[in-house]
Design a protein. Sequence first.
Length: 494
Amino acid sequence: MRSAPTILHLDMDAFFAAAEQAAKPSLRGKPVVVGGLGPRGVVSTASYEARRFGVHSAMPMAQARRLAPNAAYLVPRFSLYRAVSEQVMELLARLSPLVEPLSLDEAFVDLEAGGSAHDTASARAAGERLRADIRAVTGLTGSVGLAGSKMLAKIGSEQAKPDGLVVIEPGTERELLGPMPVRTLPGVGPATGEHLRRAGMTTVAELAEAGEDELVRLLGKAHGASLYRMALGHDDRPVVSERETKSVSVEDTFDVDLHDRVRVRTEVDRLADRCVERLRAGGHSGRTVVLKVRRYDFSTLTRSETLRGPTDDPGVVREAAGRLLESVDTTGGVRLLGVGVTGLADFTQEDLFAQAAADRPVPAPAAAPAPEPAPARPDGSAQEPEAPAERRFPAGHDVRHTEYGAGWVQGSGLRRVTVRFEEPGSVPGRVRTFWVDDPDLTLSEPLPLVPGPEADPGQSSWPASRPKSRSESRSDREADPSGGSGSGSGRAMP
């Protein structure tokens, strides 16, 4: 424990929902819920306006819709959130070289290691300066906790929400923690909390009174001893600037159970490609491929295959995941699939042979085969080529029109797309409807929440290191009566 509150914990306020409200002025001050919108979706983040109706994280989306039927329901746009997160983490890095990110919107900072603070007054000043910088750079708010340990700093940021700062002075830990529920302490989840409740311990003070021996008897030596120390306010965990990545994985839950074996294999291939994208983005490769299958009865099966060497080749990962799928019975239906890679390394097996491959002569490319003629109709006449696929404008995506500028899709259908034309910093915009094949309307990248001083109105000014956006991570349609259907409200079709 430190004698000064020089450990800072930052937690952005309702991060995903707040980012959507900042990006879409028509949603500001309104309840916004971000998460999976399917029948099995859950709430990822709810704005404070939505929380007044009882909506909270991890709640089934169907229940959230019943509690707040008029809220805007959006799917996450991780490309936007990652870009904002990079801006926030850059501000934290200016305070100290020891920054420990916990997620896109949460991190610990050792202010003492960076020379940013040495006592209560300097720590508070650093925290207030950070909050002001975050608002100026991103337009969003964050809550800050300052304490002599990581545990108490995190508790402080929870007490500071929303948009506040709380300093927990060293020496006041036991008085603060005593009346709090046992679930406040790190490592106490639902199962451990219920176990302690049955033993008659529901507050932190009751844990401290029970003594270390009793907690060790109930929870085991390591967990019991650690919990007793935390109940006394002791937490010596250091801020770690880099966490070793042990695995990379992706998974999807399906709204309707998959029964078609071909569809299941297609989804596994898609997940394998997404997994490799994340693997490469982190500069890693891996040698063990893992397949996760949750079946219709909620039974979960995990299969793995270890390769001869580490790889980041999507074809290799797809083939391995496909072989693992062959050993799993999916006839009853599949509700969740996941593909992961473990045994990470910073090189690939292919690197070992790269130089030898470069020295070999490159064969001349084979001539492209002649295109096959279109199949004939039954009467012998030539069949016309298929019409090009209709352009898709998924609800919530960012778009740009040559005349009206930037906007986002509120809904689409019946070969029409309804767009609300507004952007961060503007007033709530008007809604207009276009034909889906209108050449003046195109999909675009998300705009910065706070444009730079020399930003080109037609270009994004996110940092160059921002990950590219993907269609599956863009926001879904706004649940707004003015644009809730494909035909929408707005001007008549031209």
